[in-house]
Design a protein around this ligand. Sequence first.
Ligand code: Z15
Length: 827
Amino acid sequence: PVPAPAGATHPLAIGPVGAPEATVDGFVAQYLRNLNFDRGVTLSASTANDRFYALAYTVRDYLVARWLEGVRRYRASDRKAVCYLSAEYLLGRQLDNNLLASGLSDIAAEALAQCGVDIEELRAQEVEPGLGNGGLGRLAACFIDSLATMSVPNVGYGIRYEYGIFRQTFEDGRQVEQPDSWLELGSPWEFPHPEAAQTISFGGSTEKYDDGGVTRSRWVPAWSVQAVPYNYMVPGYQNGRVNTLRLWSSRANHAFDLSVFNAGDYVEAVRAQTFAENISKVLYPEDSTAQGKELRLQQQYFFVAASIRDFIDVVLPEDFDLTRLPERAIFQLNDTHPVIGVPELMRILVDEKKMEWDAAWAVTQQCFAYTCHTLLPEALEVWPIDLLGRLLPRHLEIIYRINEEFLLAVRERFGDDEARIRDMSIISPDGAVRMAFLATVAGSKVNGVAELHSQLLREKVLPAFDEFFPGKFTNVTNGVTPRRFVRLANPELSALITEAIGDGWLTDLERLRELEPFADDADFRTAFGEMKAANKRRLAATLQARDGLTIADDHMLDVMVKRLHEYKRQMLKLLHIVTAYDRIVSGEVEASSVPGRTFVFGAKAAPGYDMAKRIIHLINAVGSVVNDDPRVEGRLKVLFPPNYNVTLAERIIPAADLSEQISLAGKEASGTGNMKFALNGALTVGTDDGANVEIRELVGDDNFFLFGMSEPEVEALWARGYTPAEFAEKDAGLGRALDLIGSGAFSGGDASVFAPIVSNLMNDDRFMVLADYTSYIAAQDRVDDAYTDTAAWQRSAVLNVARSGFFSSDRSMRDYIDRIWHTEPLG
Ligand code: Z15
């Protein structure tokens, strides 16, 4: 028990108060208490938002005691914690996740039924926190779920953006962005701690000073803001563990305000406040592209500085000997976004704690590890030195010194090889800090996110570093949480699995292997088919209610959901659709000879990415023509529900038959949607890219539709010289599809609308869409054939589920622990 305050005599004051009783009556009582005392309403006078809030608070109440107890036990231990530093957490809705984790789902359902409250209506009230763009942010959310489930001490650190990823709407088929004001009605899951705010400084200059005979440097900042922590509970799956996600919100600094107030300028003071609050205002909507915006660097430093200081000053005991920091913390850098934390920790150790440079560097190198999530050169962040020096002058000096010493060591090893020095310098020849290089030099480990990606990272992107730091590079293949993406998203499949093999798979996903024999069991396959059909009906209801869209339930559901990016090749999917359409309307193919297909897209484009937005327009345009053409009615349909997000993913993925993973080989670092589809029994049509490689190896060639060039073949074609137009000449179907798009067949005869897409493909085609077209169409013809044999298809689908257990994020976390973190669970 925690020590009671002096004078405490009441037993409850000795603390934690403990959870309400986990019974229907206990739940009802707590629910009504929350409705009355927290919301200040009676049940009969409550709004749906009140009832949702009271429900969320009730679930929260059950988790809080375990959370507080866990925090206490962790602080009393001397365990190492994983400090996951991520600019994004794409959490999705929390209610069902927290009900499942706390084991309260059935009790809550019965309790609400007894109160006459419709729980479905309350589920729909929750606005998902969209604090991420795509794969990277969702991965962070899966990882913290797994760490809590595995009882590994972890704090997730990030930013509480006031506006998450924009809400997408379509106007005349074009993407329009609306602000995502997810906090409009408040969030029941957060615990704000304004009293624990920290001051984060920026700007100014550096100076040297005499510290009792030693000359030292220090930073004299010009301005500062407050970082207010908001805590969120991260409950493990039915294990009584609750970790913390701590997101920072910016607020004006009082001292800062006051000086202006004293000068009598009220309006200026309020403007200053707006300026400070800008820092956590909005998530940058670029995914896999770097934007050298000053506000973004402010965001990065803001959350990383607050997080490192939080761990040292708040989580660790007072007077902790920081030379031992590596025993207590590992800061995992989720991409380059938090890399400014490296010079920040050096600044704290050297300038503030007066540690020797070498000792501080030894500590820093052990405390950081870096995950790279891309191979695209445009996604590797660089910060111009003038910008970085203006915002963080002391950090720039520290980076220079790190670079100097690093390059000195390189010279010692390889001699004065100036080309090598230039290639490895953290400062690029054009005067920018290469954040991936800094992370690689500073990190104890560097990992890619799938086997192929890690290999290419080592061999193509950072080969000189691999040579210089033997053993530093490693792979951890991504994973996804089976709790959210199987158990919650697909309750029908979960019931089938549990009935067949028990429920151990939820925390030990490799046990799905035990399903393999059921692939040959006709009854199981039939039940599996019924599950898919039920999920399609559920999706149909969602899309009807959400967007007024209708789907035919006898169609194959062919799904491509992911950010819109040229490298992911939504255009290749479109060329297939146009070809399938053209084959039928031209009479080349009898409509009834191919299975009916509904193509589902979900994709947001970065608002400034013109080509991506044009492709979105084209998807909608092709959809309008195809969906309105009686000649393909009942055969082909294109659906593009706007605003694809985690909530919609949880509906779409379980209903899918076919998963489209068609990036140009060597471009998709891993992909994680690909794993979610396989685990839900969709077959993949995919290239040999990212984690597709490992999915295919595991599920087997017979249960995967492989097409396209391999990464070495892509390289070879570039080396030979790639002329896309030649491919359009060689394949008549491709030529016709491009002509249809380019001639205005999908734009009311106005050729100019989509001509830029076609001319880009014909003349440039950076991602070799045309080169892979023929192979892709052949693969889709195989898909059509395979789908007509229902038993064989379902067998493959069951085998996909049975053989995808490797892709649990629990396994990813195990790998990080074994290869990088060396932490242990807190029993
Ligand atoms: C992002 O979502 C990913 C990489 C990035 O560099 C950025 Cl900035 C955002 C994605 C990869 O594209 C995807 O292949 C991978 O599965 C995901 O990160 C998680 O590792």
